[in-house]
Design a protein around this ligand. Sequence first.
Ligand SMILES: Cc1cc2nc3c(=O)[nH]c(=O)nc-3n(C[C@H](O)[C@H](O)[C@H](O)COP(=O)(O)O)c2cc1C
Length: 468
Amino acid sequence: MISDLRGYIEYLSKKGRLVNVRAPADPELEITAFTDIAGKANKYESKSLLFHNVKGYDIPIVTNLFGSTSTLNELFKEPYINELLSGIKSQHLDIIKGAKAMLSAKPKVAKSNLGNYTKQESLSGLPILKVWPNDAGKFITLPMVITRSPNDGSLNVGIYRMQIYDETTTGMHWQAQKGGAIHSQEALEKKKTLDISVSIGSDPYNIISAVAPLPHGMNEFVFSGIARGSSTILMENGKYPPVPANSEIIINGYVDPVEKRMEGPFGDHTGYYSIPEECNVFHVESVYMKKKPIYAASVVGYPWHEDAVIGKFLLEYMKPLIKMANESIIDIFLPPEGVFTDLCFISIKKRFPGEAKKAMFSVLGLGQLSFTKIIIAFDEDIDIRDQSAVMWALSTRIDPERDIQIIKNTANDTLDHTSNVPSFGSKVMIDATRKGKAEGYNREWPQTIFMPEDIIKGVEKKWKSLNH
Ligand SMILES: Cc1cc2nc3c(=O)[nH]c(=O)nc-3n(C[C@H](O)[C@H](O)[C@H](O)COP(=O)(O)O)c2cc1C
């Protein structure tokens, strides 16, 4: 059982998925360049990097923690949530698995262990990265930001970039639709400040859960407990929200929702620098560090990076939920080059006229998938992960006037710099399924060419025996 970040690093090392970098590495740009090379070399199976000799700092940095799909599949191999869902659906719930999921769901809050941490008043000494050359400065790249709803006390955890303004002030780049921003809005309505705890470096279940696009109100620590198969252990943290008891570094502070400051530009996962915008400001009140802490960081930019691996994994992990809400969807895929929010492919088994559009509308109404800018529906015979099949269907199954719809004036992803106004623009929906008479197609849709399997197999044998 992996109980913390160190246990996870050991696990990666045993699996041969960790590179120990002992040469000096500068947190300004060099660590990005190392991580970039590792990510791009092996795409869905890249190695994590542990920098032992960080220029100017005593604290080692670990990056690309989630570059390997195999690791994520091994860790999250028992998808209890999926078991529960399929059990409910088929009415054959595996009682033992279901009970285990229930038991592991509830986080346990232990007494504070902060006495064993070293306390300081500012961020000084933390090896915070400057990631890309034209970034506005340094930022904390992988913080688990924990907020508590001023309305009902529920917790939210999300990873949101924190720009360093000075040693006690940072940005808090939560997008308007995200959990932290919703809590900040609630605090604004109550004319209160929002106490926040930030955890850097925890076990992989907690970090991945903070990224997972869970419905607002669902506690990420419940999700991580279910995924781990044992309760998440939190610890009390005074007036701040409880934090994972295995955190390497904890930062406590507050956001005053009325206070805004320009944030960015920062090289983002879109492959562009973000356009500077006003965002909330976080005031640091105390920082706690484990003895000899390890600083966890992430690098995003022009694809390819670990966010592509995390995104693909999470979509697969949560596919049963998506399919439950949209029963006609057979598969869903976000090509990494579509930067998660810009391009979405679905395949469906069409049973009635217009069902492709119905399925696309449902995706556009679903949580963070609603940010999707371009969505394309294919028939079930198209493997939507095969670029060649996708291009072929796109070219041979659409009549542009009939099958392409532009939806104007909708909410869009904040990071989409193409719309005239931030977070507000248009979407395109393409129905690349075969059309029937009931959909206005008054011709006979041609058959797809295929050769029977037995003929292919027979000829393959003969082909191999030919001397060529
Ligand atoms: C490395 C990394 C950096 C991220 N940075 C941000 C960010 O700056 N702002 C943001 O809103 N989401 C960011 N995200 C995505 C959120 O963490 C993700 O959407 C998560 O589901 C948000 O949780 P929430 O729905 O509880 O707010 C980032 C994700 C990763 C993996």
